[in-house]
Design a protein around this ligand. Structure first.
Ligand code: SF4
Length: 408
């Protein structure tokens, strides 16, 4: 049954999930909402980007821009020069598209436009960061401020839904034949773009999205686990995801056990170790999700998890009045070096945040070096170049074995 909050149930940003696993939206709505500083940071980045683009596109005066920018700078929880640099990177990319890609063309640019696609998705609506409307095309641009997971525009349902809504909004000014969709992720220095013909977009909307949205709003359909589970609120308790993880684990580990039995010596072969290393990451994140769900359920809702109990964690002592302690030790005759930390330079990441990445690097580049990193074992697919460890050992450079033991 649809919930009273049906208007946000099928959000465009989670459409990549509810289009595949249709009951997920309704199930997620039964879970408590969680605070995410990343989401809040993203909201602030969007607000600053809109302000800057409004000025660059001459929608507001320089005076209004300066007043609002100063207000933002003073009140924002996340503003610092690095944050500002990344927002500028996004704004510059958008302006390059507007001024260079569409040079000589008559286009209108709309910011933070509320678009609706209710004929396809029940109560379907969302806010598109930038909508560029030409004579016969629509271009949707979306800012993703996160730096954890790259998000591609290729086949992205959120942007496709925005395109559908924008086409309806601008039907009088644009005889649209093609939609273009771009995602800009400044903190990953990533830009991707997709194109879709309007006929194909409408076909996708009517024959794929509409029937699945009807199932999703009713909480019906099949639970389907996959990569889209990553940010689902159900992932710590979802049985379908658990079944998938456990059956994959069983199949994978069965193979490893068989492989291992075929080996004579008492030690696992490098091949078997490689198999275990390959398999492990698939389960570590899921294990943490289940652990976090269980901890929250036990502590905040009194759920009894068999064989587990709640205890107080280890804590460290804290000083309640640092000034009083410093004064006491000073009066007792101890030198400052015994109880005060010396003033020291902040770390590079914090300096870049406070001073701005570009400015800091312009000023101090000659004093920064990047020493060789600690040797690490990674899968072959990793983009970094492999190191010829055997040659280094033969050259007598260093002995690379890492021995970890707890019986010292
Ligand atoms: S965790 Fe995955 S399978 Fe379970 S409800 Fe969420 S999206 Fe569906």
């Amino acid at each position: 049954m649809p919930t009273p909050t049906g208007h946000v149930l099928l959000s465009p940003s989670s459409s990549h999930r509810w289009l595949i696993c249709t009951p997920s939206a309704m199930l997620e709505s039964s879970q408590p909402s969680t605070y995410s500083p990343y989401a809040e940071e993203g909201t602030e980045a969007h607000a600053l980007a809109e302000l800057k683009l409004s000025y660059m596109l001459e929608k507001i005066s320089v005076k209004e821009y300066e007043t609002r920018f100063e207000q933002f700078r003073l009140t924002s929880k996340f503003y610092n020069l690095e944050f500002n640099d990344f927002v500028n990177d996004y704004v510059n990319e958008v302006m390059t598209i507007v001024k260079e890609d569409y040079k000589g063309l008559n286009v209108n640019v709309y910011l933070e436009e509320y678009v609706k696609f209710e004929d396809i998705v029940p109560n379907g609506a969302g806010t598109s960061d930038v909508v560029i409307v030409g004579k016969d095309f629509i271009h949707i641009i979306d800012l993703k401020f996160g730096k954890g997971v790259p998000v591609s525009a290729i086949g992205n349902p959120q942007l496709r839904l925005y395109a559908l809504g924008a086409i309806k909004t601008h039907v009088r000014e644009c005889a649209c034949t093609e939609a273009k969709m771009t995602i800009i992720q400044p903190r990953l220095h990533d830009i991707s773009t997709d194109f879709v013909q309007i006929d194909a977009l409408n076909d996708w909307a009517i024959n794929y999205v509409k029937p699945r949205a009807e199932l999703a709003i009713a909480g019906k359909g099949e639970l389907v686990a996959g990569d889209h589970c990553k940010f689902c609120k159900m992932r710590g308790i979802c049985k379908a995801l658990a079944d998938k993880q456990l059956s994959v684990a069983q199949a994978e580990f069965d193979d490893v056990v068989v492989e291992n039995h075929m080996i004579e010596p008492a030690q696992m072969s490098p091949e078997v170790i490689a198999r275990i290393l390959d398999i492990a990451p698939k389960f570590i994140d899921w294990f943490k999700d289940v652990q976090s769900y269980a901890t929250n359920a036990a502590i905040n809702h009194g759920v009894q998890i068999p064989h587990y109990k709640i205890v107080e964690g280890r804590s460290t002592r804290i000083i309640t009045d640092v000034n009083a302690v410093a004064e006491t030790l000073r009066t007792a005759g101890f030198p400052e070096s015994d109880y005060l930390k010396p003033t020291e330079l902040l770390g590079i990441t914090t300096l870049e945040k406070n001073i701005g990445k570009k400015l800091f690097n312009n000023l101090c580049e000659q004093y920064i070096v990047k020493p060789a990193g600690k040797l690490t074992l990674v899968p072959e697919s990793d983009k970094r170049e492999a190191i010829d460890v055997k040659a280094k050992i033969l050259d007598g450079d260093e002995f690379y074995e890492v021995v970890e033991t707890d019986d010292q």
